[in-house]
Design a protein around this ligand. Structure first.
Ligand code: HEC
Length: 168
């Protein structure tokens, strides 16, 4: 009998195409994330979750995973993995990320935190647009139009990456 399936997410893809990610993210993916987070369940679980998305959520969730007996996760791995998961979520699931941010904005009372979330929101809106443009580029038959969509997507992605860097 196959093991009992606990999470619907386990059935989704168990890899991420990181070829367009910054080099440091690619390294974290292959050297830390796949090894550490694929030990007890497949990495499909963290890759496909819609529940754990924002930075604070990944911070508390990875701490919970790290504390599990025999996890083998060091604090230095955990921090890098959180950076990767947050970046990956923004790029691959920007619409989920945006919905989560809006939820958080509704209840945030601290004006500084609210300001930070509002800044982050601008970046995520760009990433939603990048994803749309890339889908248009894929579906487009005309090579000239395809290239146009793709170059606009690349331009906005660079802008979003710049906003992310500036907030660090
Ligand atoms: C020592 C075993 C172990 C390791 C290592 C481990 N996990 Fe888990 N993970 C579990 C178990 C067990 C569950 C089921 C829920 C629970 O017990 O908290 C789980 C559940 C999850 C879920 C499902 C959350 C939900 O409710 O949708 C996510 C996401 C997740 N893990 C991410 C990770 C990430 C990211 C890492 C690497 C930092 C990781 N796990 C490493 C054991 C592990």
């Amino acid at each position: 009998m196959p093991p009992r399936e606990l999470f619907r997410e386990d059935r989704g893809p168990a890899t991420v195409d990181v070829s367009a990610y910054p080099k440091s993210m690619q390294d974290t993916y292959s050297e830390r994330f796949l090894k550490r987070c694929g030990k007890c369940h497949t990495v499909a679980r963290p890759i496909n979750t819609k529940k754990v998305v924002l930075e604070g959520e990944w911070t508390s969730y990875t701490k919970k995973m790290m504390r599990k007996p025999g996890s083998g996760i060091r604090e230095s791995d955990r921090k890098k993995i959180v950076e990767f998961l947050v970046y990956d979520g923004r790029v691959r699931k920007p619409e989920v990320y945006l919905a989560k941010l809006d939820e958080a904005l509704k209840t945030e009372r601290d004006p500084r935190r609210k300001q930070a979330l509002t800044e982050e929101r601008k970046e995520i809106e760009l990433r939603v647009r990048v994803k749309e443009l890339e889908a248009l580029a894929r579906a487009e038959k005309s090579a000239a139009k395809k290239a146009e969509y793709q170059s606009e997507a690349d331009r906005l992605r660079a802008q979003a990456d710049g906003m992310m860097e500036a907030r660090k």
